[in-house]
Ligand binder design. Structure first.
Ligand code: TRP
Ligand code: ZN
Length: 473
């Protein structure tokens, strides 16, 4: 769902209506519509996402066999046409499509690379909702990551699988409008052979026993960006750890690692309380860590259930990573990037949050963490411009470190209390939506009453590293 929130968008719409009226346009009446665009308009990933519609809900009914890695399923996609459509695209890389229906009628479809082009029997009216059902199967073929060089998508393991998608892996395992500017809610019905367990985002609402298999039903009532959708299959145990600030804490651990993982995740309730206090209530129906039995080299803030590898969860310094992924639930997950080039809004915030947790936990102060990072970053000579890191630089050190330092510079400029108020206001205003850097800058200026152009230009728009904040010139 895309939330209409800008007055200017309403004015543009109004202007178009007036122009149409003036020129005697016939509106949608009898309009066969056009083909929806094959991309949503992200300069870094021109073919990710699609134009012409807005998804509200995905129902993914999947079955997975770790023996042969075959994923088979039906995706039911409820969407609203944002213009009259003769045809529209979904993103789907690989896999075999068996059939597509739209509103119950057989639709024609074509594959072109990672585009699934659907032509419904009847064209779709602007503003109408429609339901697309795609039956598909096959062995998922992961994408290669432009930034980190790791395989992305549905990743098989000997006795299970997991999903790691940021930024473009979701399309390897279900047909999707694969872009964070179109978030939607989800129902998962995943059938796996006993005794395996399937986990996904949200709440486990049902377990339906079958013939040697079980169907696990998970529901996510809050919209999720496609790169944050998780489905994992394995020899798991679900570990409940009470509630924190009213939020149920439930982890999903590879059974082999359950004891160590329980220990590694032990601070989670306190972290949820701490960040809820700082920024406003935790945004979703539950939280926990998913720890799979393989090294990943990374962790990912999959919504309500952050993904960790055995390596990233179970080492002496993993607490900072637990804080980082949890912080993303506010900044990245609830408030998501509208374009990939604004990724510092995710990673800068989560990096700053690591410093907050460290200070809260009796370690280094935020100022000390910031200064350490600043000195290291300065020595690296990294000259990435944060407003345009490039598709290959999305997850480079600058996005994290200079991103965190940008927030630190803002705090030094406006003072602690105003800084906290800025983050709270930004979260409250854009919860469940997608944002650009301008949205954050606007909130910072509104709340502080200051013109911050110079500060943001220095930290975000220029290559040269500004002096350490607070050091007198
Ligand atoms: N967002 C992750 C983090 O910092 C890092 C990340 C970027 C990632 N791309 C990824 C993790 C791809 C897994 C897969 O928390
Ligand atoms: Zn991160």
């Amino acid at each position: 769902m895309i939330m209409m929130r800008r007055l200017s968008a309403a004015l543009v719409a109004l202007t178009l209506v007036l122009i149409t009226a003036a020129y005697g346009g016939s509106g949608d009446k009898g309009d066969k519509g056009k083909a929806g665009a094959p991309g949503i308009g992200d300069r870094y990933f021109p073919t990710l996402g699609n134009g012409g519609y807005d998804v509200e809900h995905y129902t993914l009914e999947l079955s997975y066999e770790p023996g042969d890695d075959v994923l088979a399923g039906t995706a039911t996609i409820e969407a609203e046409a944002t213009k009259a459509l003769k045809s529209f695209n979904l993103d789907l890389a690989g896999l075999e499509v068996e059939s597509v229906t739209v509103d119950g009628d057989e639709a024609e479809f074509e594959r072109d690379d990672a585009e699934l082009i659907v032509t419904p029997a009847e064209s779709l009216a602007k503003g109408g909702t429609f339901t697309t059902e795609v039956e598909y199967s096959g062995v998922p073929d992961p994408e290669s990551d432009p930034s980190l060089g790791i395989p992305l998508g549905w990743i098989p393991l000997d006795d299970g699988s997991y999903v790691l998608s940021e930024p473009n892996g979701a399309q390897t395992w279900y047909p999707v409008n694969d872009h964070p500017s179109d978030k939607a809610t989800y129902t998962f019905r995943i059938t796996v052979p006993d005794p395996l367990i399937a986990a996904a985002n949200g709440l486990l609402t049902e377990q339906v026993p079958g013939d040697g298999s079980t169907t696990y039903v998970w529901e996510s009532g809050d919209p999720i960006a496609s790169y944050l959708v998780e489905v994992a299959v394995g020899n798991f145990v679900i570990v409940e750890d009470g509630t924190a600030a009213g939020v149920p804490i439930r982890h999903v651990f590879a059974a082999d690692l359950a004891d160590e993982a329980t220990e590694a995740a032990a601070e989670t309730p306190e972290m949820v309380e701490f960040f809820s206090e700082e920024w406003g209530p935790y945004p979703f129906e539950a939280y926990g860590a998913l720890v799979v039995d393989t090294p990943l080299g990374v962790a990912l803030e999959t919504q309500t259930l952050s993904l960790f590898g055995s390596d990233t969860a179970l080492f002496a310094g993993s607490e900072a990573i637990f804080a980082h992924e949890l912080a993303h639930q506010w900044f990245g997950d609830a408030v998501s990037p509208e374009r990939w080039r604004d990724i510092w809004l995710n990673e800068g915030f989560a990096t700053y949050a690591e410093w907050m947790w460290k200070e809260h936990d009796g370690g280094e102060s935020i100022a000390e963490s910031a200064e350490d990072i600043y000195r290291g970053f300065e020595a690296s000579g990294d000259d990435t411009v944060l407003l345009d890191p490039g598709p290959d630089g999305l997850f480079g050190a600058a996005v994290y470190e200079r991103g965190g330092l940008t927030l630190y510079a803002l705090r030094v400029e406006v003072g602690d209390d105003v800084f906290t108020e800025i983050l709270r206001t930004y979260f409250e205003k854009f919860d469940n939506q997608s944002v650009t850097t301008a949205d954050f800058v606007d909130v910072a200026e509104d709340v502080s009453g200051k013109n911050l152009d110079e500060l943001f230009a220095a930290w975000l728009a220029q290559a040269e590293l500004p002096p350490f904040p607070g050091a007198s010139a």
